[in-house]
Design a protein around this ligand. Structure first.
Ligand code: HEM
Length: 412
């Protein structure tokens, strides 16, 4: 009989460094009900089909309820109002059509390829500057020295957040990323910290949007704040929720892809050398990384009605975990799936999800990670991992190393 506690084991930090053997066991029952009531979907075919199934809802979160503070005005008056507003204005990643599609259209209109390409020079400059800061050292921590500061600086640039406010943004992004983990809402301390962070960042955004409306610039927030022909204007609360989503969705994920990327290349030194000699290989390397070591391992949806998939019925109301990282290593879909092979041609991965919620930041992420990995391979002299496996952060869904110590002989 299938082990119905396998997903609980996936969530256990003890398996963070190598969850793949658990995923292989889960795939033996591609649609598997767990003892906690969740259904975990782990085969490539079933995930692919469900990503395009309108009966799966992304509005899977329970209504937000701020933790009690002991202050009656807050507990009975202010916070219930805030909760109602927050519940009505979830960011688009937690919304279904038609609201999802309306909000996404605003974002897509501002995420044109020209805007993304224009960031190329800025990303390259930042990467150079961050690597240059490591000169004279014999050890670096990739997360702290490059993977972490780079994406937050890029998102601030994209949105039009002043450079001086970036450190504050980094702290907010780190805290809010915990809200994407399945069990975060159950933990009172995390909920309290997330509510406080959300209030702080929302107040900051409100002021910044006001300023952008008065003095529009050529940035995404100014673009989102102005009325779009045929679509009208995005409401203030949705605008704030969207800006916060872009910060959170684009930060931790990119951090993890850069870090996982370098970790994987250091574990496969021949591939590192090939990339170093031929940077044109970068797009292949990155697509394979998104399959082999993706930053987002799973997302949870909810079944709006009973869904029959491959002979198994998922009952209405069931939380459904789409285990992207397991589908990415499905032997029924990929030859030799546990092998890191940038030369494979058939590479339909779920690294950026799929269907309606496919990542809007994918082109930007690809540019950032490509520039970072190529520069790291070319400029770090004789890099060696200090610990393998490295220590991991707690998150099972947004999974990635907490630190990545690398010994270097210098900077080229
Ligand atoms: C390597 C980096 C990245 C990875 C691996 C990644 C991965 C993903 C995945 C798997 C989803 C689908 C979520 C779902 O199905 O529920 C998603 C959605 C999303 N991503 Fe990314 N992402 C990355 C970078 C970015 C960046 C740089 C941005 C923006 C600056 C961004 C913004 C978003 C947004 C707004 C959504 C929600 C789209 C929707 O619900 O329609 N992401 N991302």
């Amino acid at each position: 009989m299938a082990d119905d506690t396998l997903f609980a084991q996936v969530l256990d930090p003890a398996h963070r460094a190598d969850p793949y053997p658990l995923y292989a066991r889960l795939r033996a029952t591609p649609v598997a009900r767990q003892s906690d009531g969740r259904v975990v979907v782990s085969s490539h075919a079933a995930i692919r089909s469900l990503l395009h199934d309108p009966r799966l809802s992304s509005e899977d979160l329970p209504p937000s309820r701020r933790p009690r503070t002991g202050n009656p005005i807050r507990d009975w008056f202010l916070n219930p109002i805030k909760d109602r507003i927050a519940n009505a204005h979830r960011p688009l990643i937690f919304r279904d059509p038609p609201d999802h599609d309306t909000l996404r259209a605003f974002v897509m209109a501002e995420f044109g390829i020209e805007r993304v390409r224009a960031l190329h020079g800025r990303v390259a400059g930042l990467v150079d500057e961050l690597i240059e800061r490591c000169r004279g050292r014999s050890e670096v921590c990739l997360v702290e020295d490059l993977s972490y500061p780079l994406p937050v600086a890029v998102i601030c640039d994209l949105l039009g957040v002043p450079e001086a406010d970036e450190p504050q943004f980094q702290a907010w992004a780190t805290q809010l990323a915990t809200a994407l983990e399945p069990d975060a809402r159950a933990d009172e301390t995390t909920r309290r910290a997330n509510a406080a962070t959300f209030d702080a960042i929302a107040a900051y955004m409100r002021a910044l949007i006001k300023q952008k409306r008065r003095h529009p610039a050529d940035d995404m927030l100014s673009g989102l704040a102005r009325p779009a022909p045929g679509r009208g204007r995005m409401g203030e609360v949705d605008l704030i929720a969207t800006a916060i989503l872009l910060l959170v969705a684009g930060h931790e994920t990119t951090v993890n892809l850069i870090t996982n990327g370098m970790l994987t290349l250091l574990r496969h030194p021949a591939e590192l050398e090939r990339l170093k000699a031929d940077p044109e290989r970068a797009p292949r390397v990155i697509e394979e990384l998104l399959r082999y070591e993706p930053p987002v391992h799973f997302r949870t949806r909810k079944a709006l009605g009973a869904i029959d998939i491959g002979g198994t019925v998922i009952p209405e109301g069931t939380p459904v975990v789409l285990l992207f990282a397991a589908g990415n290593r499905d032997p029924a879909r990929f030859r030799d799936p546990d092998r890191f092979d940038p030369d494979r041609d058939d590479i339909e991965h779920f690294g950026f999800g799929g269907g309606l919620h496919y990542c809007v930041g994918a082109p930007l992420a690809r540019i950032e990670v490509e520039i970072a990995l190529v520069a790291l391979c070319r400029r770090l002299r004789d890099p060696k991992l200090l610990a393998d496996p490295p220590p991991y952060r707690l998150g099972a869904s947004l999974r990635g190393p907490e630190r990545l110590g690398i010994r270097i002989a210098g900077i080229w």
